[in-house]
Structures are given as C-alpha cells and as structure tokens.
Design a binder for this molecule. Structure first.
Ligand code: ADP
Length: 496
C-alpha cells in the first residue's frame, strides 16, 4: 500500500478568497449568525472552518424572500434566464481550479475528480441556460368549431432543494439550473458536510446578476436539518421538493410533502449490479467495474454495488480485478497521483466497516482490504470480497464505500433474476460481446439507467433517475426541466 502523504494546501490557497462564504445567503445578501457548525477536511480530520447554521426563522425568511421574487421572476423572459445561467456557467469555468480545490478540501475526492465534477456542474448550467428557450406548449384539435385549445407550460413555483455531499457541486447545478431556467425561485439546503462548495456556487450565481431572493442558501447542522425539512414541507409557498439523499430521509420527506401536495423529485440511491457474462471482453469489463466501484471512494449512487460474474470466468476475473485494485493509490486528494480519497466522515467509515464485518459473519471472504487505513483521515482500504450470496448484507444494502462485493451465477436468466433482486432500480451495468444477449439483457434489467459495456454514462443531456424505490422523477436532459413545470390548458371560445 502506498504511504499516505498529506498535502499542506488549505483554504488559504484558494486564489479568490471571496469565494469562501461561511454564512447564509438570503434575499440577495450574505449574513452570519451565532449558531455555527464545523466543516472538516475528511483527509485530515482537521476543521476547515465554521459555518453559520440556519434556523427555522432563517428558513422562513428565505421563503418570504423567494415569494417576493416570484411574481417578477416567473414572468422574466427566457432570454434573461438564459443570460443569468450562461453567465453563471462562464463564472464557474473561470473559477474552475478554486472550486475544485474547495471541493477536494471539504469532500476528499482526488483533485482530478473534483476538476471533473466542477466541469460537469458547469455543463448543467449551460445546458439549462439553453433549455430555458425551449419551453414549449402545443395546440390541440378543438371539439367545436369556435374553440381554440392551448396547452402551456408554467413554472411550478418556489422550490426547496436538499443536496447531498457526494457530488456537492454538480447536485447544486443539476437542481438549480433547471429550476431557474423554468422560472422557479429556490431555497437550497446543502449537506452539512459540504456547505462551502455550494456557497461558492451561490456567490457566483449572485455575481451573474440573479435578482435578490430568487436563490437563497441555508446551510445548517445535521441536528437542525430535520427542522428545516419540516419548514419546507409545511409551507404552502413551497410547491416542490427536490431531494437527493438516503431512502430513509427521502421517505420521510415524501410523507411530509403529502400534507401540502407538493411536487417531488426524489433520488434515493441504488444497488447497481454489474453483470460480467462469459462472453465479455474481460479486461475491459474489469476496467469499467473498477471505475464504477472506486470513483469517489465508492460514494456514488450509481456505483457498482453487486458484481455478478459468470462462474466459468470467475478465477480470471478475480485475478484481474485484484491486480487493478492493487494499483489504486489511497491518500489525500490534493497529493499528485492519489486515486482514492477518504470517505466523508467517521459515521460513514464505521458504517462501511460494520458492513464488511457482518458480511464475513454471513460467509463472505475478504481477499484484500477489509480494514480502516492506519492513518488520520477517514480512509478505508480498497476491499475485495467474494462469496457474497443474495442473503448477504453487501448484496442487499448500498455499500457507498470502496468495497467490491462479488457473487457468481451460472445462466443468463439467473443473472437477470439476481440483478433485479433489489428494491432499488437506479443504475445497472452489464458486459457481453453478444449483440443478441445485449438486447435481451438491457430490456430485462429493472433500472432507470442501463450501461452496456461502459461505465461513464452520466451526462447533462441524459435523464438521471431511478425505477422502483430509487426515486421519482429525472434530473438532467430535456426531462429535467419538466420537473419544474406545470401544465395549464386553455379552452378559448370565440364568436363565429
Ligand atoms: P447521508 O446520510 O448520506 O448524509 P442523508 O439523506 O441523511 O444522507 O442526507 C442528505 C441530505 O438530506 C443532507 O443535505 C442532509 O442534511 C439532509 N437531511 C437529513 N435529514 C433530513 C431531514 N429530516 N429533513 C430534511 N433534510 C434532511
């Protein structure tokens, strides 16, 4: 295992220091309060800074400001909304390196991945800038000769967006850009683990000239998050809740949102299978599985969670995968050459390790890893586990860590049954060189996103969303803006 080297870069290395915001952004102004919570660097466990924790009054004030901004923002021309979003995209691009550094410091991912995420975040801004100009209705053939029937799309109203820590930059633009393009003001609550990158993005949106109140930022402590969630879901001014996070919190928000019949978009995680058939290009499959498993230390909702391998190629596959895993370089994401960062916090580290222990008790075998790295920072050794049966906790639960869990199958239909044996249906991947099999399998997999002989499928132009309990609605693509639009039908009668 490579020795961990700690980088000494800190928040002071951000060139534009005015991007470091530790307060709330409400009604077009930054403000700070007495209640604070610490933000840690997961690679060092050191406190980066303290951030103001929004309370219920702050949340209500943010909603009031959004409400004031709503009448004129909803009527703003798409061209103007295009302008705000395209300026935002340009500012993100101009500050790419500062933003990536900030992201690695508070989230831990290797700098190369952070640069990739910020670039990806920028692409949502520019994609939805363009989409603002493509909001279209249609006419319907009338049922009487004096009638005109029109269907138009209108913004749903003020939204509350709650974002997670694993992609804390791209989740912000993926939610805010379509909302703003559609004409909806937003109140944003970022994850308590990663409020700084969200704040920097909001500062850039402010610099892009967005009117006061259209976007408001409410970082808050983990303890205070449920109270803010209740404010959002009990407000009859909030018309939509857009949430990405755990199934547990998502279900809670769904129940709460029912009270006001708020629209919801929910992305609640996955349990993606990667099926490697006996006719796969084995090295290519290993490379893709490794990419989907270990990117962002496995903390990705479309990460491979269950590796299903045909029995006949199992020994060769394991040998190649283990060789690939041994090439991963864990360490501080700011150290050149590091490819595997820490997990987000102590809670995540404990949860992953407990899963590995339980999996072994249930009969699984650890081939490498299976331990916390003996080093400060929340590092878990890249781990490979075999003999994972469908009853095993690693098969049933979302691992969200650098742990590759392998099971075997004998037939195509068994592989499909195993793959679909989950309440989740976000992503699924499979590897085969047989075109007929590819067609059969891609149609049989119960997932919102199916990757065939590939790993990097996410793109701002595609609808990201899941089937089954993985969520409701899509983000990205032409579908993403629809989530922020309601339909209004006009039946107009004229004298003949
Ligand atoms: P994780 O355990 O990975 O942090 P969560 O679902 O707990 O996933 O968190 C995702 C987001 O939801 C974070 O921004 C978090 O602060 C927020 N959150 C957690 N609990 C609640 C809640 N009860 N109401 C609203 N937001 C919440």
């Amino acid at each position: 295992m490579t020795k961990l080297v700690h980088s000494i870069r800190t928040l002071k290395d951000i060139v534009d220091q005015s991007l470091i915001k530790t307060g709330l952004f409400i009604g077009g102004r930054w403000s700070s309060g007495d209640e604070k919570f610490p933000v840690l660097n997961p690679a060092t466990e050191q406190i980066l800074c303290e951030v103001t924790s929004a309370n219920i009054d702050d949340a209500n004030l943010a909603i009031t400001c959004a409400q004031k901004a709503w009448p004129s923002y909803r009527q703003s021309l798409p061209d103007l909304r295009y302008l705000y979003l395209s300026k935002w995209a340009a500012l993100i691009e101009n500050n790419l390196e500062d933003l990536a550094l900030l992201l690695t410091l508070e989230q831990g991912k290797p700098l190369a991945e952070a640069l990739g995420e910020v670039a990806f975040a920028q692409r949502y801004a520019i994609w939805y800038a363009e989409q603002a100009k493509r909001i279209e209705g249609h006419t319907v053939a009338p049922h009487a000769d004096n009638l005109e029937l029109l269907v138009e799309k209108i913004p749903v109203g003020i939204g509350a967006a709650i974002t997670p820590w694993n992609f804390p930059a791209s989740m912000v633009t993926r939610k805010l850009a379509p909302a703003l393009a559609a004409g909806c003001p937003v109140v944003l609550k970022p994850s308590e683990d990663t409020p700084l990158i969200a704040a920097a993005l909001i500062e850039l949106l402010h610099r892009a000239g967005l009117p006061a109140g259209v976007v408001n930022l409410l970082p808050t402590s983990r303890e205070q998050a449920p109270a803010l969630g209740k404010v959002f879901t009990s407000s009859n001014c909030i018309k939509k809740i857009s949430f990405t996070g755990s199934a547990y919190v998502g279900k809670q928000l769904l129940r709460q949102a029912a009270g006001q019949v708020q629209r919801v978009s929910m992305e609640l995680g996955g349990n993606a299978p990667s099926i490697i058939f006996e006719d796969a290009d084995l090295q290519s499959a290993v490379d893709h599985v490794c990419a989907t498993k270990f990117r962002n230390a496995g903390q990705v909702c479309i990460a491979t969670n269950r590796i299903l391998v045909h029995r006949s190629i199992f020994p060769a596959f394991i040998q190649l995968l283990q060789a690939k895993i041994s090439m991963l370089v864990p360490g501080n994401g700011l150290t050149p050459g590091v490819t595997l960062g820490p997990v987000i916090n102590q809670r995540a580290l404990d949860r992953i390790h407990n899963l590995v222990i339980k999996a072994q008790e249930q009969g699984a075998k650890v081939l490498c890893g299976g331990v916390r790295l003996d080093q400060s920072g929340y590092f878990y050794a890249p781990t490979l586990i075999t003999d994972v049966l469908p009853e095993n906790c690693l098969f049933k639960e979302e691992i969200f860590g650098p742990v590759a869990a392998v099971s075997v199958f004998d037939t195509e239909s068994e592989a499909i049954t195993l793959a679909n044996n989950s309440q989740c249906g976000l992503a699924a991947y499979f590897y085969s060189e047989n075109a007929n099999r590819c067609r059969r399998v891609s149609q049989a997999l119960e997932a919102g996103m199916v990757g065939q002989n590939c790993s990097a499928m996410t793109n701002e132009r595609m609808p990201f969303g899941g089937l089954k309990q993985s969520g409701i609605g899509s983000e990205g693509g032409v579908e993403g803006i629809e989530e922020w639009l309601d339909t209004r039908f006009h039946c107009r009668a004229y004298a003949n």
